[in-house]
Structures are given as structure tokens and as C-alpha cells.
Design a protein around this ligand. Structure first.
Ligand code: F0G
Length: 416
């Protein structure tokens, strides 16, 4: 029996793990990776010996779908900090609040967890060129991992709608960066069509291998909390791959008998780009894609998310919810996280904090809860947004008097 294989989430058709398919050839739905869990459980050293491998994606290699671990394309991704936020706990009246800081990853976002697996699969498949559509972070990550693997890389991004830091990363890593006159959904439609051409290896989150890498963040949280799962997980939703990856990771812990239950998955979208939120509040079983989406959180500016079906299922089955927050709430949350806790998130990465603040104020979460917020990307990815929304610089002359005046501190007397 093979160690892992592909299974369609719609019709249940199965394919070998080596098949180069991105969606089900029979019905077109998305594919999931399944493992022979009975065999894996007995082989997982991290269950028996927690200290033997560093925290990170490849610590969990028995539950990752690669042929030969020795040939992975890796930059030691994962192993990101879980940071306790005591100031927020005090201000919001919640017992335990943590940030899982995915900005710690090699290219500054959670995408690297998926790309180490996805680009390894591209190499295994004998690909020469990778391709993706992106709101920014996927392109940075794919460009870097493709460079490391010696593969060509093409990324399609929406013209003028991608943050400066992300664009500069894709360029310096040598990707062909194509700025499309359209939005992310246009880019993804084109790339999906191109993926039928075997000259391209397709690495959007439709590719099931990427989500396998991303699920390891759930395993890490469990270990970092000392062997428990949180009560609530706050997470941004764009194309909806990451929330599905966490769902899978926490479900694995349950089926391995390591945890009793799953955290409630609390998804957050931006008000101007919230098709999954709408389906959730309407109790609908399908989303209605949105054509005109707008938000300062460009990473999640998506109107037709591909992973909506499993995302809705994840939220409903865990007793969670999906909320939509305004751009003002996102910017406020970004500032609060930076100024109270010293943690700098890009706007999409700060959106779970906006959700947390709203949920705490509305009494949606109990005071004695343990909450983990997934800060998905580093604040330096999008410096423009801070300069636009923050207080002005104070320009001073190069002499002490001018500086003290600017600080509103009298010349006389001692400061310390
Ligand atoms: N947060 C950040 C910082 C992101 O870059 C993204 C997605 C998300 C959250 C949402 O994750 O799509 O799995 O629901 N960025 C993609 C990109 C779309 O192209 O970089 P998701």
C-alpha cells in the first residue's frame, strides 16, 4: 500500500500521489492528500521523542507527501514564534491570547510552509518552470523557492495592487513578473488555463501539496502550547487555502488521539472582499463570486476564492464563524498590535486581531478562553500603508533645543 495518495473532495475518486493533476480529472473538484494513518502513527518519532528534531515543517516529514526527504527544497521554514500577548489579554479581558507569527518564515509569510513542499513536488515531477497567480506573498515565496531549486518561475500579479515589499522580492529572486491589467481572480483564471500545458508546474493553493506544508502550523501550535489545542483560532481568509490547511492539521491531531477536539475556526475577511462571509451569514451552501472587490489588505483582495467549499465546512463543523471587518478596523488592529505588543503585521495579517477585538467586545468569546491569532505576513511587506496611515514624521534641526522642543520636554531639569 502506498504511503499517501490523492482523493477528490467531490466525487471521491482516487489517484496515485505521483499523478501530476491539480484538480480531479473526473469531476473537476479539488483534491486532498490522504495518508495511511495506521502506518504513519507507528512511525512518527515526534510522538515518541519531542526533542529529536527542530520545530519546523520537516519535523513532521512522515505526514508530508514527498518521495525522498533528503531532496527537499527547504530554507528551514516553519518553527515560527508563538508569542503571548499579555497587554491585549488585559485590555480585552481574555485569559490567554497568542500570536502565531508567520512573518518569521524565510520570505516573511506563511506561504513558505506550502512552497517547500510544492516546489519539492515540482522537482520530483521533472518540471522546468513554475507558475502562479498572486496577490503578492505567493509570488515572493514561489520566486524564492524556484530560484533555490534552479527552476524558471513566472508570476501573474494584479497591476498596481501588490504591496511594494512583495513585488521587490519576486523581482530580486529572478521571477518573470507579469503585472496583469485585471484583478487577482483574472490572474488565477489565466494561470488555471495555462496549467493544462505540461511545460508549467502550477503552484496556487489548488495544488493540494501546498496545503500539506501549511497544515504543519497546527502541529506546531499544539506543541508550543504544551500538547493542547486552543479554544479559538482567528485566521484571515483570502483564497481560503490556509484555513483549510489548519483544519486538516488539527483534525490529524484528533485522529492521532493527541487532542480531544478541534479549535473553533474563526475566519475573517475584509468587508470589501467577503464572499465567504456572505455565504456564511446567509446559511448558503455555495458562494456568489464578487466582481468588484476592494480593501487596503491587498493580500486578501479576492472575490472568487477557490477553497470556499472546504472553508465553509471547516468553520461550520468546528462551531466557528466568518466575520467581515472594515479597513479602518484592520488598520486600527495593525497599530494596536504594533504599539501594544511590538508585533508588526501586514494588514491582512492584522485582520485576525481586528476580529479578536470585535469578538471580545461583543462577548462572542468567553473570558477564560485560549485564543491563537494567525499573523500571516510581516509588516515590512507593505511599508506604504503605514506611511499613509500613521502620524507624520517630526522634522527637526540638528541641535538639542530643537529636539527637546519637538519632544515637548523643557530645557531645564533632568529627564532621568
Ligand atoms: N494573509 C496573507 C498575508 C496572505 O498573503 C494571504 C493570501 C492570506 C492571508 C489568505 O490566505 O488565500 O490561503 O486564504 N495570499 C495569496 C497570495 C492569495 O497570492 O499571496 P488564503
Amino acid at each position: 500500500m502506498p504511503r499517501y495518495w490523492l482523493r477528490c473532495i467531490g466525487c471521491g475518486a482516487e489517484y496515485p500521489g505521483s499523478a501530476r493533476v491539480y484538480s480531479c480529472p473526473a469531476c473537476g473538484d479539488l483534491l486532498d492528500i490522504v495518508y495511511d494513518m495506521d502506518r504513519e502513527v507507528s512511525e512518527i518519532p515526534w510522538l515518541r521523542n519531542f526533542e529529536s528534531r527542530p520545530l519546523g515543517v520537516w519535523r513532521y516529514r512522515e505526514l508530508l507527501p514527498v518521495e525522498d526527504y533528503r531532496h527537499v527544497v527547504s530554507m528551514n521554514e516553519g518553527g515560527t514564534r508563538l508569542i503571548r500577548c499579555r497587554n491585549l489579554e488585559r485590555e480585552l479581558g481574555i485569559k490567554e491570547i497568542y500570536v502565531k507569527y508567520e512573518g518569521d518564515n524565510p520570505t516573511g509569510s506563511f506561504k513558505d510552509r506550502g512552497m517547500t513542499v510544492g516546489v519539492t513536488k515540482a522537482v520530483e515531477a521533472g518540471a522546468e518552470m513554475t507558475i502562479c497567480a498572486s496577490t503578492g506573498n505567493t509570488s515572493s515565496s514561489l520566486a524564492a523557492y524556484s530560484a533555490r531549486a534552479g527552476l524558471g518561475c513566472a508570476v501573474l500579479v494584479p497591476l498596481k495592487r501588490i504591496a511594494l515589499g512583495k513585488l521587490s522580492q519576486a523581482l530580486i529572486h529572478g521571477a518573470k513578473v507579469l503585472a496583469v491589467r485585471g484583478n487577482f481572480d483574472d490572474c488565477l483564471r489565466i494561470v488555471r488555463e495555462l496549467s493544462r500545458d505540461p511545460r508549467f508546474y502550477f503552484l496556487n493553493s489548488i495544488n493540494p501539496f501546498r496545503l500539506e506544508g501549511q497544515k504543519t502550523a497546527a502541529y506546531e501550535i499544539y506543541e508550543q502550547l504544551g500538547g493542547v489545542v486552543p479554544d479559538y483560532l482567528m485566521i484571515p481568509i483570502g483564497n481560503a487555502g490556509n484555513i483549510v490547511a489548519y483544519w486538516k492539521g488539527f483534525s490529524d491531531l484528533k485522529s492521532l488521539d493527541l487532542a480531544d477536539g478541534l479549535p473553533r475556526l474563526m475566519g475573517v475577511q475584509a468587508e470589501g472582499a467577503c464572499p465567504i462571509y456572505r455565504a456564511f451569514v446567509e446559511g448558503a451552501n455555495e458562494i456568489r463570486p464578487l466582481n468588484n472587490v476592494e480593501t487596503i489588505a491587498t493580500a486578501i483582495r479576492i472575490g472568487n476564492p477557490v477553497n470556499w467549499k472546504r472553508a465553509l465546512r471547516a468553520v461550520r463543523e468546528t462551531g466557528g464563524l466568518v466575520e467581515a471587518v472594515s479597513d479602518e478596523e484592520i488598520l486600527a488592529a495593525q497599530r494596536i498590535l504594533a504599539s501594544r505588543e511590538g508585533i508588526f503585521a501586514e494588514p491582512a495579517g492584522a485582520s485576525p486581531i481586528a476580529l479578536l477585538i470585535r469578538a471580545a467586545r461583543k462577548g462572542l468569546i468567553e473570558h477564560d478562553s485560549r485564543v491563537v491569532c494567525i499573523v500571516t505576513g510581516h509588516g515590512l511587506k507593505d511599508p506604504d500603508i503605514v506611511l499613509k496611515s500613521s502620524r507624520n514624521l517630526i522634522e527637526v534641526d540638528a541641535e538639542i533645543g530643537s529636539i527637546l522642543r519637538a519632544l515637548e520636554i523643557p530645557m531645564q531639569g533632568r529627564l532621568f
